[in-house]
Each structure stands twice: as structure tokens, then as C-alpha cells.
Ligand binder design. Sequence first.
Ligand SMILES: [Zn+2]
Length: 318
Amino acid sequence: MKMIQALYIATICIFFTASSLAVSADEFDWPMERITDKIYAIYGPFDLPNPENRGFRNTVVLVLTTEGVVVFDPGGSAWAGEKIVEKIKMLTEDPIVAVFNSHAHGDHWLGNEGVKKHYPSAVIYGHPNMKARVEGADGKRWLDMINRVTEGKAGGEKIVAPDKTVNDGDEINIGDTKLRIYHTGPAHTDNDISIEIVGENALFTGDVVRNQFLGMMEQDASFKGNIAAIDFMLGKNFGHYIPAHGRAGGAEILNEYRTYLVTLRNKVKQLYDDGLSDFEMKPEVVQTLEAYQKWPGFDIRVGPHISRVYLEIESEEF
Ligand SMILES: [Zn+2]
């Protein structure tokens, strides 16, 4: 038994080493992991966009099809998009034929510009609300912001919005691969899509799930809807869940993030019922969320999260 266990562990180690491709010694030295034969993930850092990361801070997914490469969320700057193109060239000679943006936050679509520079005919897909936001005031806001906080190192010159829209239940066939789109209503934003790579037992969750990381929840977010969206994803029982920040894994990633959201919501509701304001309840809520304090982003996000949950509960009362 011990022998078998040792062999098993050794096999996993070899497998992991072989599947984690070495990267050339340039400044885009982020790990790439093979999830299945046709799915790879590139893991960016958790830091806010800055001159060092040049706007790259998310998990990028590559799907290899017989028609070419499909990219989910090609980074948070034109520079990152171009670096992802370079990295894909180390994996395959096939062109990028399609890009999917999980939602309208800039770290998930500003890389479109870099991809289109090399592959102008690649088709970009996003939710209708995402396309509208990027083509509206949000697009310019994100482009200006990324150029400002990276001190001009993001390489961004123009807004590249989706060419086509996709919505819940849509199926897109690219070569031998079918992608199924889900949108369960407002969750992390009002324009999230998650993408099933059909036949691969895998789902890209977008920012509806983060692996041990906390990010923003803005006016269009719904904590209640986010919890429901995670329940929907858990119900699908996929073997591989790939979040838009942090590493891929199993259902445990979803359960962990869900527990954060539920714990936060329940505590705010309890203290709201006790008559406390969001400001007054913050110390007690933070104490309840002690298990999450080591997650990157906690310190800057927990206050705004409490305020948003408070407003959400208040609006449910009327
Ligand atoms: Zn986001």
C-alpha cells in the first residue's frame, strides 16, 4: 500500500513538473499550468495594477482547439495581451481565433488590444452588458486608469470591446470544442459569464469565484446573486473549476469563497437588525471574518464589502 502511495505521489510530481512549462527569462515569468490536455492556465499576481506588473494580475485560460487557441480574459493591459500571445507561441504555432471576456472589469479585457494587434481576426465575445459598459464610459475610465497606475507601462492606446455578445445558454463551437455560456443574473457584476469547456469537465468561473483572494464588488454587484451563482456552479459538479484570480482546483475553492460571502452577509444582517450602521459594525464583522484576513485584498476590500452588503440588505427591507 505504501509503495503504491509513493508511486502515486511520484507520478503526480513528475506530471506536474512536466506540465508546468518553463518560461523564457523575460519579465512575464508567471507560471503556466496544464489543467487538461487542451486547457492551460497562466497565473498572474494578486497585486493591484502597478508599473512592475504592467496591469497583469489575473488568471488567463487557454483552450487549444483544432481551429486555434481560445483565450479567456487575456490580461489587464495591452502589454499583458501581447505577452500572452508570446507565451502561447511557446506552446503551439496555432493562432488565437477567439477571446472571451468574463466581465467588464479592466483586468479581464484590456488585454484584448494586445491580442488584436497580432490576430486582428480573432473574435472577441462578452455579455451584452459587458460590451455596453466597455463601449460606454467604463471603457475609457479603465483605459485611463491602467495607463495612470502603471505610469504608462500598460501600452494601452484604445478600447477594444467584444465583437459579439453571448448570454446564458449559448453554445459556441470552435473547431472540435464546444463552449457553453452561463449567466445567472447579477453576481460579481451584472455582466458576468462563466464558461464550460464541454467534454473537459471544466468551468471558468470568472470573478464570481476567487481562490483565496478578495477583489472589488461595485454598484452592479449582488452578494446574494454571487452566492446563488456559486450554488449553480457547484450543482454542475465539475472536476476542474478555474477562477479568474488564483489557482484552479475542485469544488473546495467555490465552497471556501462561498463561506466568506455567506459569513459576511449573515453577520451584517444580524448587526443591521440590531440597529448598527455599517461603520459601527465594521470591527465586529472583521472579527467574524478572521479566517480570511490573510487573503490578499482583505484589508482594502472588507470595508467596501460591508458597506455594499449593508445597502443590499437595506434595499431588501423595502
Ligand atoms: Zn472583477
